[in-house]
Design a protein around this ligand. Sequence first.
Ligand SMILES: Cc1cc2nc3c(=O)[nH]c(=O)nc-3n(C[C@H](O)[C@H](O)[C@H](O)COP(=O)(O)O)c2cc1C
Length: 276
Amino acid sequence: MAASSFIKILAPLRGVTIRTFRRVFAPAIAESGFTEAITPFVSAMPGVDPLKDREVSGFEPGVTVQFIGKDPAALEYCLERIKSIGYRTADLNCGCPFPMVRNKGRGSGLLRTPDVLGRMLESGCRVMGPGNFSVKARLGVEQNDELLRLMPLLNSFPLRFLTVHPRTAKAMYEGECDMAAFDRIREAATIPLICNGPGGQMIGRPFVRSLGERADIMELLARYVEESRAELCGEKPVLGRLKELLSYWREIPYWSRRWNLVKISRSLAELKLALA
Ligand SMILES: Cc1cc2nc3c(=O)[nH]c(=O)nc-3n(C[C@H](O)[C@H](O)[C@H](O)COP(=O)(O)O)c2cc1C
């Protein structure tokens, strides 16, 4: 079942499409027709208050909070906390491919533990209410039919939607998306589906890349530096954040000439010179 065609979601990119990015680049996000954003993942860990995470330190309209974890009670606590400040939707990360994460049963690792996944979905749908909890998943950890085999379980919950990034965890972030495997999921799904692949309704890196071509990019970038400096402690994390963003533009002729200097910059002053 296709999700409403009116939805276009900015993908969660940890370290990139973060709260400050969403605020500074809001005009570009709106111009591109995004109707909402999903936050990069926030940990749902026992005893940890998610409101201490700057991603969700205050209510942000048009935003769905994504959690990563495997403890249903911790997830319930986190969901209650974000609801208390106004959030109405939340998402579960079933896609993070990093071995450190998935081998502990989190992220894409949840695809290998259907009983835990089922309890997480039950908690999510109960606390957020029917139609307010969603899932973002890969095709599988190693095989492209692992998610497909879980469709009866996923279909049995009143999910807002299931987003599919049509790669396995093993494939990480590169290589062709497996659209044939996505089509098989579409046939099996009775819940709304969002594709995070070619022509899909969730877009991450292509949008971030496109920012490098904007006429007003220097102004936006200056604001991003300024707001990041106000938010972070010291220059190093600001520099790291900027290099991460600028790396998306290194194929664009204007930026590619500057990228070699950008990547070796050790201070914001050096970075400024590299961009001059
Ligand atoms: C640097 C980076 C960070 C990411 N962080 C997250 C995350 O926190 N949660 C998540 O569900 N997916 C995350 N993803 C996956 C993206 O949301 C998306 O599924 C993937 O990049 C494919 O879509 P795209 O080609 O449109 O970017 C991340 C991807 C990258 C490259």
